[in-house]
Design a protein around this ligand. Sequence first.
Ligand code: WTA
Length: 635
Amino acid sequence: MSNYHIKHLEEYFQVYRKSVRDPESFWEEIAEEHFLWRKKWDKVLEWDFTKPEVRWFGGAQLNITENCLDRHLTTRGNKTAILFEPNDPSEPAQHISYSELHERVGRMANVLKSKGIGKGDRVCIYLPMIPELAVSVLACARIGAIHSVVFAGFSATALATRINDCDCKMLITSDGSYRGAKTIDLKGIVDKALEECPNLETVLVAKRIESDIHMEPGRDHWLQPLLDSAPTDCPAEVMEAEDPLFILYTSGSTGKPKGMVHSCAGYMIYAAYTFKNIFQYREKDVYWCTADIGWITGHSYIVYGPLANGATTLMFEGVPSFPDFGRFWEVVEKHKVNQFYTAPTAIRALAKENLEYVEKYDLSSLKVLGTVGEPINEEAWHWYNNNVGHKQSPIVDTWWQTETGGIMISPIPYVTPTTPTYATLPFIGIQPALMDENGVEIKGNQVSGRLCIKFPWPSMARTIWGNHARYRDTYFSAYENKYFTGDGAMRDAVGYYRITGRVDDVIIVSGHNLGTAPIEDSINEHPAVAESAIVGFPHDVKGNALYGFVILKETGETRNRENLYKEINQQITEQIGPIAKLDRILFVSGLPKTRSGKIMRRILRKIASGETGNLGDISTLLNPEVVQEIIEKAG
Ligand code: WTA
């Protein structure tokens, strides 16, 4: 019997040891007992990190949609697969059952085929969070087309770059989208992008908002009439285990975005297995991840992981602030959500608002709270724990990356005791290592270093689309025989990991390494502060000094800035040491963020250094307008 569902700490340690001692037989058991195959594998694992080349379940054949849909039809046909909650709370939610989803995916797959799409073709999906997005993703997988989902908040330039990089033949989009009180002219952005995409042949347009849009004759087609006349049954394409399932772009620290390529079998197994355990999903639960399917979190933990387990996965079209800041909690109450997975940036934004927005709702259905995307600061962790979980729901701080395909370091709720700001223990099968500056592994506890992974896991990305050399250089050349994550981490006395942030965010002040996260934590604990970011800027004596960009809470706005600055520095001095004091502080109304909510320190670093002439492309930011404000204030 495989250990598919881990229920207590002793079992975790026992299964973990097994997964490390004999990874092949461990993953083979999981694959054998919990997934549907057309043909079994010849070899569980072949790998070589120097090339790098990793093959899981070589020789096996399968289709991921048979695992996510077909095999549930007899036992869960009427169970809700996707629970769609629209942007506008007065629009009814939709309960899409497994049978209905199976049919809708079949129809869509037949439409794709009728437009000449087949195995291996790339299809770009640029859709808001409506059911057609999940259906399109699965329809591609059904026929073996490689989906490349581009987050529908990206600009025309960003979309065009991604379409061209992997040479997509087709684009699936919508006439427009809702975002809180606004509507967005998605098709207008598409038309602009496609001026730069000569090889794209076909555009399928779903209708979401009633707007008058341009339809290019010969190229653009309304989706609904095609679906209406398509047969519901579409046989699944038989895929090799290592065939690409999808491409997903992630930005590098430099250069153009990297199209991470994920494979069929390994990705499926790891996304499903982590989902089951890290959210402790039980048959009747309603699970909600607030991410967008345009990010890896949405791929693995809205679509594939939940559906492979026959779960009910909630898809939310809206934003946390519409119609007011209670929306998340209203949805939790309305659908009796059991597992809720969001990002620290959302938690911090909501924590800034009146507590009544949370207190108004009955959140007693919640059993597990998750966070992902960046280190969660202590204040946000406690706010989440106290006000959302009422100290009853464990928080799983899940560390992972687009490249890793699934969660790598995380507590298992009700199994691993949690500690604020700690991602805690490696998940089953994951072998982390901390490395020093000289490339030597740092053993033992109470140490910190650069986080690497020293053994393959099933859902690791296999390459960067069209650029295997960049894949090798970025991830496998810094440390011999190891995957380098780009993150720094510490391991405490009991072996728990705390991710300290990107190693490129480390600032060396007077020869001391300072991570941005702990200093920001300290600043954020000041009662007048809502959020902050620090960067280094050149200093004659210290090499680097610290520059803080600080957003005040409403209550802080009336305070004297000079006094606040002193108090903040006093607090840093007390919590970290005088070395971490800020040399400059700027009170701002917002911080430049990526669409996934990460602070763009690169831009802040340039502003702090006075190099505002060359900020690079800021068009893909969530809030490009704050950049000008910060430049002006910085003088
Ligand atoms: C950061 C998101 C601390 C980290 C799934 C990583 C985190 C990058 C955490 C990947 C966490 C993600 N604690 N840092 N729980 N989760 N990160 O590719 O720096 O969008 O390398 O994948 O986010 O971001 P990506």
